[in-house]
Ligand binder design. Sequence first.
Ligand code: UDP
Ligand code: MG
Length: 313
Amino acid sequence: MKDKISLVVPCYNEEAALPLFYQEADRVTRDMSGIDFEFVFVDDGSRDGTLSILRELAERDKRVRFVSFSRNFGKEAGMLAGLEAATGDFVALMDADLQDPPALLPALYKAVTEEGYDCAATRRVTRQGEPPIRSFFARCFYKLINRISDADIVDGARDYRLMRRTVVDAILSMREYNRFSKGIFGWVGFKTKWIPFVNVERVAGETKWSFWKLFLYSLEGIVAFSTAPLAIASILGFLLCVIAFVFIVLVVIKTLAFGDPVGGWPSMMCIILFLGGIQLFCMGILGQYLAKTYLETKHRPVYLVRETEEGVK
Ligand code: UDP
Ligand code: MG
């Protein structure tokens, strides 16, 4: 029996990059003889010509399948839909912009078939071509999240990876609504080989990630994979109690020794504002977890499909 590899490719407004991606992926996969391939493109509610390109590809090449969403649900939803639709013994996740070079596929495949790994993942070794401030925050984020969560999240890891069916099924068994793949991959464990490669710029089109979006995404990751921030309220509360107690003792002693001079209005204002700030901050953290719990309990579908290669649903 031939092995079958499914390539899962989430695409959002990728009309410029898709033809180039297909060309390159087609070349690489034809070179890997003895293996069946399947392309699972996920059109994440694109507003450009992505869907019509996919229809055309599916028409032309029987290996091409696609899932098209009813609207933009985000890359996480796209990856989930692709993994669910994939039928291969191995599944590779990759971006449509050729930042995840298909040329690495033979090396990834070799790692899982010959070297005894369950999963071969890629990480970029440099953050070249990225604004320094973004690299700085990215590094801080990885340090922080690895300290406060038990999912092993590797700095510089891309979503580009090839997994055995067992690993795919493990990932699919995590039914959470708020999906943070970097955390999910780390959480399921399994033997992973890390293959470093030098970062490449996207071939065409534009990145969908602004600094602000990345920042919010990192907060999602923290809320999804750690409950440490919830402890902040208790720690701050305890520290403030200790400080307050010391102050009370000082005030009592001062009053007994020097009488009761009225004053201290400015300091009072500072303290009230400071405490108010801390209280709101902690309530905000609590709110974040509550909001996520609220969304989880609604059990909404992660994505809705409008069309596949078999036609409109
Ligand atoms: N993507 C998606 N849905 C989105 C945003 C992005 O499916 O809402 C896809 C996009 O088409 C690409 C991959 O996710 O294939 C990575 O996106 P991008 O290149 O913009 O991210 P970057 O490489 O800059 O991190
Ligand atoms: Mg990219």
